[in-house]
Ligand binder design. Structure first.
Ligand code: GTP
Ligand code: MG
Length: 599
């Protein structure tokens, strides 16, 4: 049998997982001498590169000495946490990264809890020790405390610690040591991560943990082989979560090495491979021996907590910027998404409307952003949390929220969060004038909070949150404080009118932007909505001196990208998303309609 180690890299968002994997690829010599690659090479899709975050977990394999090490890089953002849990079942050991300054964050707690519960043996990597504010000792203590709180067993508590500056390819086993390379990480993996159990001689058993799609071979299940051998052309049984057994045939087997995938003929117990040939394959399915089929435990798929409605765009500018605009096209696209994305769900919600549910705003924005790049045009409603009954009690999702703010701003933020039903759990000084405050808050209270928070902290605050559980409904929470500036006219915005309107609030549009009746062009500085005319030119008779128009000074408009706009809107408003624009509008476009509806 091949000598194999299987590991996952887990951590809070941005603590350096993908960067560490770069280093592991590089320093194991997996990248050829002349192979060029980007920074964070595993973040391969366009949105991942652009945003600098990992959205999908991905696997790679390296060779170190006579071992093959399969590595799964996971996303750190809370919205994609469900994936981490599935990945953890596929590996025998984990690298838990933690930022040497930020320390234990909500998603660190989430992933450590899952890992401990699954009985995995961790290697803790204190990363970014090069940061001037780094405090590795404090962070090691925080990790010990966390492990103890989460009932780690003695073996798990006895975790090896590596100190690293992943970005610089530096690692060492003791802060007092000289900077070394990643050799100590490779050695620790070989020594500490258990060998895969199972045997190549047993009947085949492989479990699918991620899905992929290829235009030529169709649906692909990325799987860990727990027992036996799998060969191209093999007949197999596919065991589904509900107990059904489906006959299948392996049309293609794909292996991983570095950033490459290559066709292979055979793989055996312990390895991670991609398997094609079964259109009905799903996450959690077991691919097993046809004569002696034994299913592995199905996987837990996290339930969505947030939902929005995607709808056919019916604004006065509909159909002008997008290629795909019809209800059928939108439905097909959403259906395609759901075949590989197990964390999301969708259902029809009336004529031209689709209710899409997921784990958080980012997950939903990523889907919307991908669609808009593909030429889609559509509307999106305000996100709503999913409310459900648990033992007869109405319950809603709660989140663990951690904020880091300059000390003098703590009070303001606590007050704001209080109105959103947050309960403060702890407050600690963080050094360099910051404090860390932790809360538990209904997910509803977080919708629209980020924008306010960034304003309140002048962009210096950092906030992170992660799902805890469904708890009894907490009553009404405060929502947006300010009203909307609503256009009464259709046409092109004029600099002169924007200039006159900017005293009324913050503008979202610039001169020459297309506007229509009912479109929201800015945020009012008061709590009520205000109808305004943004296309009024300067009347001729008012001209006192020529050239005065050029002298107009406009405040730059607020950049309302998809994410910010989605956080901002209220129930009676919608986003209009096209490949070129994100516009905000009232659901009901005319003032008369809105008046009637409010009665
Ligand atoms: N100073 C410093 N920065 C680092 C180090 N390692 C990574 N970074 C930076 O931290 C940022 C996040 O790195 P990523 O590797 O994308 O982090 P990640 O954990 O994969 O993030 P997600 O996948 O989105 O959860 C990047 O800007 C890196 O350059 C380090 O050792 N020191
Ligand atoms: Mg990453």
């Amino acid at each position: 049998m091949q000598k194999i180690r299987n590991i996952a890299v887990i951590a809070h968002v941005d603590h350096g997982k993908t960067t560490l994997v770069d280093g592991l690829l590089e320093q194991s010599g997996t990248f050829g001498d002349h192979e060029s690659h980007d920074e964070r090479a595993m973040d391969s899709n366009a949105l991942e590169k652009e945003r600098g975050i990992t959205i999908l977990s991905k696997n790679t394999a390296i060779r170190y000495k006579d071992h093959k090490i399969n590595i799964i890089d996971t996303p750190g953002h809370a919205d994609f946490g469900g994936e981490v849990e599935r990945v953890l079942k596929m590996v025998d050991g984990v690298l838990v990264l933690v930022d040497a300054y930020e320390g234990v964050m909500p998603q660190t707690k989430f992933v450590v809890k899952k890992m401990l519960a699954l009985g995995k043996k961790p290697i803790v990597v204190i990363n970014k020790i090069d940061k001037p504010s780094a405090d590795p000792e404090r962070v090691v203590d925080e990790m010990f405390d966390l492990f103890t709180q989460m009932d780690a067993d003695d073996d798990q508590l006895d975790f090896p610690i590596v100190y690293a500056a992943a970005r610089d390819g530096i690692a060492k086993m003791d802060m007092a040591d000289e900077d070394g390379n990643f050799e100590c990480i490779f050695e620790t993996i070989l020594n500490e991560v258990p060998e895969p159990e199972g045997s190549s001689e047993n009947p085949a058993q492989a479990q699918v943990f991620t899905l992929d799609y290829d235009n030529y071979v169709g649906k692909i299940g990325i799987s860990r082989i727990f027992n036996g051998r799998i060969k191209k052309g093999d007949s197999v049984k596919l065991a589904k979560a509900d107990g059904e057994m489906i006959n299948g045939k392996i049309s293609k087997l794909i292996g991983f090495h570095g950033l490459n995938r290559m066709e292979i003929q055979e793989a055996e117990a312990g390895d991670i491979v991609a398997i094609a040939g079964m259109e009905t394959v799903d996450v959690g399915d077991t691919i097993c021996d046809p004569v002696n089929p034994v299913a592995l435990d199905p996987m837990h798929v996290e339930e969505p907590t947030l939902t929005v409605v995607f709808s056919v765009n019916d604004s006065p500018l509909a159909g002008q910027e997008g290629k795909h605009v019809t209800s059928n096209k939108i439905r097909e696209r959403l259906e395609a998404e759901m075949t590989t994305n197990v964390a999301m769900k969708f259902e029809a919600a009336g004529e031209g409307q689709f209710r899409v549910s997921g784990r958080g705003e980012l997950q939903i924005t990523v889907l919307a952003e991908n669609m808009r790049r593909e030429g889609f045009e559509f509307g999106i409603s305000r996100p709503e949390v999913i409310v459900k009954e648990v033992e007869g009690v109405k319950c809603e999702p709660f989140e663990h929220l951690v904020i880091d703010v300059p000390e003098e701003l703590g009070g303001t933020v606590i007050e704001r969060l209080g109105k959103r039903k947050a309960e403060m759990k702890s407050m600690l000084p963080m050094g360099v004038g910051f404090q860390r405050i932790e809360f538990e808050i209904p997910a509803r209270g977080l919708i629209g909070f980020r924008g306010q928070f960034l304003t309140d902290t002048k962009g210096e605050g950092v906030m992170n949150h992660s799902f805890i559980e469904f708890r009894p409904y907490s009553g009404s929470v405060e929502s947006r404080q300010y009203g909307a500036l609503i256009s009464t006219e259709k046409g092109e915005a004029m600099a002169f009118s924007i200039f006159n309107l900017q005293d009324r609030g913050g503008m979202f549009i610039k001169p020459q932007d297309k506007v229509y009746e009912g479109m929201i062009i800015g945020e009012h500085s008061r709590s009520n909505d205000l109808s305004v005319n943004p296309i009024k030119g300067k009347a001729q008779s008012n001209v006192r001196s020529s050239g005065a128009d050029e002298a107009i000074k406009l405040v730059p408009p607020r950049d309302m990208n998809l994410e910010k706009a989605l956080e901002w809107i209220e129930d009676d408003e919608l986003l209009e998303v096209t490949p070129e624009s994100v516009r905000i509008r009232k659901r009901l476009l005319t003032e008369a309609e809105r008046k009637r509806a409010s009665r």
